[in-house]
Design a protein around this ligand. Sequence first.
Ligand code: PLP
Length: 359
Amino acid sequence: MADFPITRTSQPKPKPADEGLAFGKLLTDHMFLMDYTEGKGWHAPRIVPYGPISMDPATTVLHYGQAIFDGLKAFRGADGRVRLFRAQRHAERFARSAKIMCMPELPVDLIRESFDALVSVDQDWVPRAPGTSLYLRPTIIATDVMLGVHPAHSYLYFLILSPVGSYYKEGVKPVRILASDTHVRAVKGGLGEAKTAANYAASLAGQRDAEAAGYTQVLYLDGVQRKYLDEVGTMNIMLRIGDEVITPPLAGTILDGVTRNSALTLMRDWGLRVTERPITIDEVMQAGRDGRLQEMWGTGTAAVVSPVGTLGYRGEDVTINGGRTGELTQKLYDTITGIQYGRGNDPHNWTSLVPAPRG
Ligand SMILES: Cc1ncc(COP(=O)(O)O)c(C=O)c1O
């Protein structure tokens, strides 16, 4: 493991009980920082006590949102060891987000080493109860101090960690989603492929309106014709009609989800007919009315899979699989979590063990 300088906290926080953990409310004792300045490149990687970072009010990220992040998890297995799930793919996606957002090239190996080093230092924070995990949030922000709109010349990379509770305390539970024809999230040629702050800002009003109408999340349609499925809130969307599993293609407006890729890989391993193709909301609603829409689910790091029990569109609701979790959705959940917690085989080497803390 890389030998980064570590300043340990003199005031470790009390560790929370695993049972009460929510998402993203508690942060661990340390964080990883690294700076970038033009001419000097990325430099000064270090682990320091977790705490506020101070910024000039004219710092560009605060005005123009030149910011990227990613989100991945570490899991404590039944054997007590801690594993990261698909750290390489997350680090590569982070680098792609940087490129889209006009940031300097990211050293992917160094980013991966920062994951290992910080999780290793805060390893006691990885919870033990079933379904719990430690969430990693790598982030880069533009740190130039000036009010002009321009890609910055200086940046800060930080990595912070948060212990999170089980998403499904009472088993996998179907949700109600609303296909929106009023709000759009991204358009081709825009930022939809990047994990950047602006996309989440663009999703707030749609989410608020879906909740007000009694749904859990928004299913976004394409931004031009408002016909084709894009993605759901913070998840990619998949569905099964007859013997075909369908998911929208990576065509510039949606995030290349790591869980999406994992689910597609597994389903192809299982010999299923999996198609990445544009699909219209009319086709999905019609299949729902005819009873051919057998399963529909979202995929994402937070929930792994989230079955859709009800799909709403223009005042009509269709119920999918009697509002219950489908067989394939459940199999994906069981297989992926089996790999994450080290219970099942890991045929594609998706997990990596986090090194034990240095003495
Ligand atoms: C907009 C969006 N789409 C899809 C996903 C799912 O991606 P992943 O499976 O890599 O978590 C996320 C979450 O990261 C997201 O924020």
